[in-house]
Ligand binder design. Structure first.
Ligand code: F6R
Length: 367
């Protein structure tokens, strides 16, 4: 049942190339090089009328929303707000009929996310669900559904669901950008071509698992560490930190790299591991200056960047893990993979139950 892998989590990490392909399948028109969603109820008129977007989800699905919402905001220039579902309904959010509410849920059964959906509908919003379970409560109640086709996810720690949610968000962003006229056909085709290369790029990353394993064994001897990054790299840092906490029980914090010096830098001392994500071209220099700040306080830095920058970065850090190059907006679909492997191998090194971490359930149906 684990297909030759020791744990469901490792199997599911390795299923990601297939999950990316399946989630794109039938949604890309090979003739026009555009995204198609034949089953959506949202009309082009409605899509053109959207004035704001709320993204509502929990945990890893929320982290996918952070990535996906930022992408959509860039592609269609509509303000997006990110909402932890358990907070959303209690803060009396401003929901109008021209608010598109996107709920994200692997299981489609998360109680807080479902309650957020109901709150949105009660206020007249159109709710689009991105979910992996088409027969779920959330899929049934939503006004529209985009299914992620990741296949069943068994391990408590979500991996392939997160990355296929990111793929779904990118497709949705391109679809809306086409209808709203915010992208040229050639730009859309360019992004689609880059997306179609992702599965193969993930395969090449998975082939380098051994170097992550060695680093994970080293990390497993530490009690605290930090993940830093800017923009999309920060969103991925948050997911990397959650994954590590969840199954290895090592304490970590994800920080916006530029925010460290406003307090948290006080925690950086000799030998503390800092994992720095530096995949965003436009922010590279800024992130490198934050890396220098922590290095100067004795941190031991591992940078995740793309091949072209690896040699350059190596001068400022202790270790580099290089990922293949894609468009900046698509980087999270690659950069999260080494972080998933890191959490997996750290948990393994510490002898924990990787697939069933303490205190957690796969589907959280209580509020
Ligand atoms: C972490 C994890 C959880 C879930 C969260 C939401 O690895 O799996 O944080 O992402 O409980 O679950 P869904 O997506 O089913 O609504």
């Amino acid at each position: 049942e684990k297909g030759g892998f020791d744990h469901f989590m490792l199997k599911e990490i390795h299923e990601q190339p297939k999950a990316y392909r399946d989630t794109m399948l039938g949604r890309i028109d090979e003739k026009t090089h555009k995204v198609v969603f034949p089953n959506l109820n949202m009309t082009p008129e409605y899509i053109r009328s959207i004035r704001q977007i709320h993204i509502v989800a929990c945990g890893t699905a929320y982290h996918a929303g952070l990535v996906g919402g930022s992408v959509i905001e860039q592609l269609i220039r509509v303000p997006v707000s990110f909402e932890v579902a358990s907070e959303y309904r209690y803060r009396n959010p401003i929901i109008t009929p021209d608010t598109l509410v996107i709920v994200v849920s692997q299981s489609g059964e998360t109680a807080d996310t479902l309650a957020g959906l109901r709150e949105a509908q009660a206020n007249g919003a159109h709710v689009l669900a991105i979910t992996n379970v088409v027969g779920s409560s959330i899929a049934r109640d939503a006004n529209d559904v985009i299914a992620t086709l990741a296949g069943p996810e068994i391990a408590v720690a979500s991996t392939k669901a997160y990355t296929s949610q990111i793929i779904a968000f990118n497709l949705l962003g391109l679809y809306m950008a086409d209808i709203r006229g915010t992208m040229e056909a050639s730009e859309i085709a360019h992004v689609i071509a880059a997306m179609q290369s992702l599965p193969e790029q993930v395969e090449s990353l998975l082939a380098q698992s051994e170097s992550i394993k060695a680093y994970a064994e080293h990390i497993s001897k530490h009690e605290h560490l930090f993940f830093i990054g800017r923009a999309l790299d920060y969103a991925v840092a948050m997911e990397g930190s959650l994954k590590l906490k969840e199954i290895s029980y090592i304490h970590s914090e994800a920080y916006a790299a530029g925010e460290l010096k406003h307090g948290t830098l006080a925690l950086i001392e000799d030998g503390i591991p800092v994992i720095a994500l530096a995949t965003q071209d436009a922010l590279l220099e800024k992130t490198v200056s934050n890396i220098k700040e922590v290095k100067a306080r004795g941190a031991e830095v591992m940078a995740i960047t793309y091949e072209e920058h690896a040699a350059d970065l190596m001068r400022s850090v202790d270790q580099v893990f290089a990922i293949p190059k894609t468009l900046p907006l698509l980087m999270p679909a690659l950069s999260v993979v080494p972080l998933q492997l890191l959490a997996y191998y750290a948990s393994l090194a510490l002898g924990h139950d990787v697939d069933k971490p303490r205190n957690l359930a796969k589907s959280v149906t209580v509020e």
